[in-house]
Design a binder for this molecule. Structure first.
Ligand code: PAF
Length: 263
């Protein structure tokens, strides 16, 4: 049975009873198969796994985006129960932000580019909440999806910068059979847009350069926030029918002229 921990005191007392740091999967809730793959990996690699469900308001730059996030606590708890997760941490906003977000983690380089340039303050919210959660959970390993590549890089950087005793485990992006990366935002797509959305992955893999990908995405009906090639990856953010989608693929090991990039 999954222990439901709602207060910091409850989490600390559960954590104290563990012989070693648990595996940790922080989430915003709205669990989908992508989250489940992180949780399964943690269950495989750790004696105890704790998942947090916390819709972190400080990482949303737009109130409508926050309001549209699926609030499905009962479903999420049922998923965790079914997977056999030891504990779930469901803190309140006041518990995690006793200072009202006066103190925060700021990264001054990468956090200002790409997602950070389009979503001001986003990574301050992400890094701050992840640091708080790491402090409270004191995990041995923490699991993050490669779909949020920039987030993963920034969390790795924070762990290094602050000497945090946690291993960050990157997990491959989980995709629908047509290639669309799983995201809680996918639920907001109309059936037509959902079909069209798979072109994002196909175009990123097919295009010979970031410029060509940008052009092809525009022609396919996406509004492009950015497409860039860096660190052997192609990263992109687009808006389709009012829904913002991000994705990235490795550029190494591309079959010459091949349509897909193996991940
Ligand atoms: O990737 C997410 O779901 C969130 O950004 C995270 C890491 C749980 C922080 O709120």
């Amino acid at each position: 049975m999954t222990r439901r921990l709602e207060t910091i005191a409850e989490l600390r007392s559960w954590r104290q009873g563990l012989p070693a740091g648990p595996g940790f999967v922080p989430t915003l809730g709205g669990l989908h198969a992508g989250h489940q793959s992180l949780i399964r990996r943690s269950l495989d690699e750790n004696e105890h796994t704790v998942v947090s469900l916390f819709l972190n308001p400080t990482q949303f730059d737009r109130a409508d985006d926050l309001a549209a996030y699926p609030a499905v606590l009962a479903d999420d708890l049922a998923v965790l129960e079914r997977l056999g997760v030891a504990a779930v941490f469901v803190p309140s906003q006041d518990a995690l932000y006793p200072d009202g977000f006066a103190y925060r983690v700021v990264e001054t380089r990468l956090a200002r580019e790409l997602e950070g340039a389009h979503r001001p303050g986003h990574f301050e919210g992400v890094l701050s909440v992840v640091l708080k959660l790491f402090e409270l959970v004191r995990p041995r390993r923490a699991y993050f999806g490669e779909k949020d590549w920039q987030q993963l890089e920034l969390i790795r950087g924070m762990v290094e910068a602050f000497f945090l005793p946690v291993e960050i485990v990157p997990c491959a992006t989980v995709r629908d059979p047509d290639g669309l990366a799983l995201s809680s935002r996918n639920r907001r797509l109309t059936p037509t847009a959902r079909e069209q959305a798979a072109e994002l992955y196909r175009i990123l893999g097919r295009a010979g350069s970031a410029d060509q990908a940008r052009e092809a995405l525009g022609a396919a009906g996406f509004a492009v926030d950015y497409v860039v090639d860096r660190d052997q990856r192609r990263l992109a953010a687009v808006v389709l029918d009012g829904v913002r989608l991000i994705d990235n693929i490795p550029l190494k090991a591309r079959p010459p002229g091949g349509p897909e990039n193996p991940e």
